[in-house]
Write a protein that binds this ligand. Structure first.
Ligand code: HEM
Length: 242
């Protein structure tokens, strides 16, 4: 039974999630298709933030020789990438007219300027220094990316862990982490392919808002690995074991 003199109360759902503040800044009060377009991008950025936390935790666990903890963090990421791919499915329901109308308001802004996406790549070990100078990054975003380019990557943490392994149990644990990294890498590649498909649907052969070759650029990105120190690019766009 609740005690009527007890003034403490559990924080309610909306308070815990800080929904008033969140919905205040979220793009959810615009014209319906614009809401879909911008809220989908914001949702993706939330997931990028979640992924970053797990990649950091996996890297830190490997430096403490906790391969089991690292694998558990990485194991969550393919499902997160599938959620992210789901956003492309929703976006693909926009009509070409609606997409063109929204695009006309975007100027040169593009997902290419997603600092968190680049942070994920850099933190995993795929570090192309040209992205440090992406036009449109705020000084804060650039500084975050520079910091990522200097900190230990998940690839490096894995390779160093594997090199320290001396026992059969350790070898099995290292193999388990390697398999988790491969699954995550595959899921990111599938996300990139779904993205390229969507760009093809709306842009055809036209260039992207950031000035890239559009869908062709995105298709090429499906050949890259997040973990170049662990998996070398394969001949057929797949990966081979190092
Ligand atoms: C109809 C929806 C979308 C279209 C047509 C589209 C198209 C493109 C194109 C053409 C590029 C290449 C850069 C450029 O020239 O602009 C790009 C890059 C990018 N977009 Fe999208 N995009 C869409 C939705 C999204 C969403 C929902 C996200 C999630 C945050 C996203 C994230 C990114 C990222 C991270 C890049 C950089 C990829 C890389 O450099 O490997 N995009 N997008």
């Amino acid at each position: 039974m609740t005690n009527p003199t007890d003034t403490r109360r559990d924080r309610a759902y909306g308070e815990i999630l800080r929904l008033d503040e969140l919905l205040d800044i979220a793009c959810v009060r615009d014209e319906p298709d614009r809401t879909l377009f911008f809220a989908a991008h914001q949702a993706c950025e939330l997931w990028f933030a979640v992924i970053l936390r797990h990649v950091e935790s996996a890297r830190d666990a490997l430096t403490r020789d906790r391969a089991d903890v690292a694998a558990a963090h990485i194991d969550r990421l393919p499902a997160a990438m599938r959620v992210l791919s789901g956003h492309f499915d929703v976006l693909s329901t926009l009509t070409p007219e609606s997409f063109d109308e929204i695009r006309a308001t975007l100027g040169s802004s593009s997902g290419f300027q997603s600092a968190q996406y680049r942070e994920i790549e850099f933190l995993c070990g795929a570090r192309d220094p040209r992205f440090l100078n992406t036009p449109g990054f705020t000084p804060g975003e650039r500084a975050r990316l520079v910091a990522r380019s200097e900190e230990q990557s998940l690839s490096r943490a894995f390779v160093e862990y594997r090199d320290r392994v001396r026992t059969d149990g350790g070898l099995r644990a290292a193999e388990r982490v390697r398999a988790a990294l491969a699954d995550f890498d595959d899921a990111v590649r599938s996300w990139r392919a779904r993205h390229a498909q969507l760009a093809e649907q709306f842009l055809g052969a036209a260039r992207g808002t950031a000035g890239s070759a559009g869908a062709a650029y995105l298709w090429r990105s499906t050949e890259r690995t997040l973990f170049p120190e662990v998996f070398a690019p394969g001949l057929n766009g797949g990966v081979v074991k190092n």
